[in-house]
Design a protein around this ligand. Structure first.
Ligand code: ADP
Ligand code: F6P
Length: 324
């Protein structure tokens, strides 16, 4: 029989994402419902190494389900990438009686969680990133909110772009992944979508599209450019020079990471938070929770980190077909 877990910890790490608070709330309340104690670790692995550890109760997570960001704060911590930092982190967990840890973050954070698991601290990872770039899961906490935020912003840019009959290059986040760009591209009806996974660096193709669309009567031309490609401002200048059509760049930036989480992010993050605690309560370690083929599932951390995923070709092809 699995050893009973008395106390668990929870931390958020890497870039924040809307819905992280819903996940923290679910972790805390599920653990308490199962008779465990919960400690919140502030500022990710950096806070762990600085022993920024606080007791959490059901009331510590009141009134947060609707709030963006993370009440535990988040950070990046290079020291934790080294063995010395990881050993110190495991020792600090033991000192505070933390037998299980929920790590909410991206796959960088998962690597840290895997190291702690190897040092005897039971760990479970939850996919917290707006980028959707975690291979083992079709859903990550924050993506839905981020694409909805970006979609609304792009609609607004489109209004002014149409009024001035301009071309707009709109850059969205996503690190090296094009999921946000692809979804916004479809949702906003963009004429061109530049994805790191597909872009051939041929600006002449975009220029030809813009000229052809203008001849066919289109009054604006929206290019969604993924952060992984970047250079939107210089791209706009080159496109304006080549087409003779006024072209402006807008980089949406951090607004995509903030704001009230959508219903989907609140619900999925809540369920995933509860699942993480159930896994720890069952004595499991080195697992990550995901959403695959319509189900909440969990995978071995190493297996998850070795998985690969790409944008769906079908979605890309359809996005191109609809942009005529
Ligand atoms: P994300 O979790 O969103 O992918 P990062 O890649 O910035 O974000 O990782 C967040 C943190 O996870 C890093 O600052 C570091 O503390 C920890 N981390 C990343 N990679 C490793 C690694 N290889 N080993 C241990 N910890 C790591
Ligand atoms: O991973 C989320 C994300 O917002 C990426 O889309 C982006 O590349 C990165 O974080 C930006 O990180 P920082 O907050 O360090 O600028």
């Amino acid at each position: 029989m699995a050893k009973t877990v008395g106390t668990i910890g929870v931390l958020t790490s890497g870039g924040d994402a809307p819905g992280m608070n819903a996940a923290i709330r679910a972790v805390v309340r599920t653990a308490i419902a199962k008779g465990m104690k919960v400690k919140g670790i502030k500022r990710g692995y950096a806070g762990l190494l600085n022993e920024e550890i606080v007791d959490m109760s059901s009331r510590s997570v009141s009134d947060i389900i609707q709030r963006g960001g993370t009440i535990l704060y988040t950070a990046r911590c290079d020291k934790f990438k080294e063995e010395e930092g990881q050993k110190l982190g495991a020792d600090i967990c033991r000192k505070h009686g933390i037998e299980g840890l929920v790590v909410i973050g991206g796959d960088g954070s998962y690597k840290g969680a895997g190291k702690l698991a190897g040092l005897g601290i039971n760990t479970v990872g939850l996919p917290g990133t707006i980028d959707l770039d975690i291979a083992c899961t079709d859903y990550t906490i924050g993506f839905d909110t981020a694409v909805n935020t970006a979609m609304v912003a792009i609609d607004k840019i489109r209004d002014t772009s149409t009024s001035h009959e301009r071309c707009s290059i709109i850059e969205v986040m996503g690190r090296n992944a094009g999921y946000i760009a692809l979804w916004c591209g479809i949702a906003n009806g963009a004429e061109d979508i530049l994805l790191p996974e597909r872009y051939d660096n041929n600006e002449q193709t975009i220029i030809n599209h813009i000229i052809a669309h203008r001849k066919r009567g289109k009054t604006h031309h929206i290019v969604i450019n993924a952060e992984g490609i970047g250079h939107s401002t210089s791209m706009a200048k080159r496109i304006e020079a080549a087409t003779g059509i006024e072209t402006r760049a807008s980089i949406l930036g951090y607004m995509q990471r903030g704001g009230m989480p959508t219903c989907k992010d609140r619900v999925y993050a809540s369920i995933m938070g509860a699942k993480a605690v159930e896994l720890l309560a069952a004595g499991k370690s080195n697992r990550v929770v995901g959403w695959k083929d319509g189900e909440f599932v969990d995978f071995d951390m190493e297996e998850a980190l070795n998985m690969h995923k790409d944008i769906r070709e079908e979605e890309y092809v359809i996005s191109r077909m609809l942009a005529q």
